[in-house]
Design a protein around this ligand. Structure first.
Ligand code: ADP
Length: 383
């Protein structure tokens, strides 16, 4: 009797010790998981290193976490013969698994079931904690991204207002300069050098007028005149102009136009401007030989326009700046830094989006998405 009471006390003590160990482990896990300065990878590495200590045979237990196909494992990890696992389920999707176990060669002989019931609950609890924290981390990241986007859009809007103010102010004096220079050119007997200078003035003021026009477009001073339009003919029209004017024999233009594209509600002149600006940039990004591909696609709710080049590509820091008005890496005469600002203005005014994929020395892809018209008619093949 005394013997069995002692045994009972021993078992209770052991259960209590196990429970304390599990609680300690859970507290430490939460500590590791909430560390605001650690990345997801650092958190997983911390958890996996700490896990074995909470198991019945801590010295020989090994652990592994697989999250989004990335594997984190405890030191001296070897293949597990006996394992206990729990799925990491985030937002209804199984994104990974957490496993703790032993190699059979390491286990003491009497341990034919090396796992305790409590350990099953513990591993499920930890998998749940990981899921909660990863989800929270991802929500925070998305929020930060969104805030950055809003700030960026605010900055662009402020610059846009400023720019449109300046553009309006410049319109009148510019018209005067252009008009008077053209008038002076008509005067009889002007010396050739003066004529040359006057022609320079005309050319410069035409260029300045072009910039003013782009600024006004950027600042959306010209609201889109929307109608139900088919995108493919606009692409053909824009490319016809570009190919005709392109003096770069090394550039190969490729069209991949979807036959059955829904229509979009858009201003065809502005959409053509978007295609021209993206395609001119693509062409300029290709140093000598290369390909510019213009593609249209649909998933029925949206119509996608992609312009892909095999040119110089861009680094991430640069991509952050390219929609800012006057940001250019091109020589005077080649670029004004307004092309993409205009694209941004037009696409936003149409309720569309722009995505960029770029790799230095490999090329760039701009994807513009427009909503398909409600009850959209589909373009007929070949139109
Ligand atoms: P611009 O072409 O007049 O410089 P943009 O606003 O059109 O003005 O473009 C801004 C900058 O973005 C360009 O100077 C260039 O550095 C970069 N850029 C735009 N498109 C591409 C592209 N397809 N490949 C590489 N860089 C590009």
């Amino acid at each position: 009797m005394a013997h069995s009471r002692k045994e009972k006390i021993n078992t209770t003590e052991q259960a209590l010790r196990e429970r304390m160990k599990e609680l300690d482990c859970l507290y430490e896990m939460v500590d590791i998981l909430v560390n605001p300065n650690a990345s997801v990878a650092e958190r997983m590495a911390g958890v996996v290193e700490r896990l074995p200590r909470a198991w019945q045979f801590p010295e020989i237990a090994i652990a592994r976490i697989t999250l989004d196909d990335i594997v984190y494992q405890s030191a001296n990890f070897v293949d597990i013969d006996y394992s206990q696992g729990a799925d990491i389920v985030i937002d209804g999707h199984t994104r990974g698994v957490i496993e703790v176990g032993y190699r059979s060669a390491d286990l003491p002989e009497q341990a034919n079931n090396p796992f305790l019931d409590e350990e099953r609950k513990l591993i499920e609890n930890i998998a749940h904690q990981i899921a909660v924290h990863v989800q929270r981390h991802e929500i925070e990241l998305r929020q930060k991204e969104l805030e950055a986007q809003v700030q960026h859009a605010d900055r662009l809007a402020t610059i846009g207002q400023l720019a449109s103010g300046v553009a309006h102010e410049m319109n009148d004096p510019l018209s005067g300069i252009l008009g008077f220079a053209q008038l002076a050119l008509k005067a009889p007997n002007i010396p050739p050098t003066v004529e040359e200078d006057l022609n320079e003035i005309v050319a410069a003021s035409l260029r300045a007028r072009e910039i003013v026009k782009k600024l006004l477009l950027f600042a959306r001073q010209t609201p889109p005149q929307k109608s139900r339009v088919a995108l493919n003919p606009i692409v053909e029209d824009a490319l016809f102009l570009l190919e005709a004017g392109c003096d770069r024999p090394g550039i190969k233009w490729v069209r991949e136009l979807c036959d059955n594209l829904p229509t979009i509600d858009a201003d065809p002149v502005q959409v053509r401007q978007v295609i021209v600006n993206l395609a001119v940039n693509a062409m300029q990004a290709v140093a000598r030989d290369g390909t510019v591909t213009v593609q249209t696609e649909t998933d029925d709710s949206e119509v996608m326009l992609t312009v892909t080049d095999t040119g110089c590509g861009m680094r991430a820091e640069m991509i952050e700046k390219i929609f800012t008005p006057f940001f250019t890496t091109k020589d005077v005469g080649e670029g004004t830094g307004l092309g993409l600002s205009v694209v941004h203005g037009i696409v936003t005014a149409h309720g569309g989006t722009i995505d960029i994929d770029s790799e230095v020395d490999r090329g760039t892809r701009f994807t513009v998405r427009f909503a398909a018209s409600n009850n959209s008619e589909h373009e007929r093949p070949g139109i």
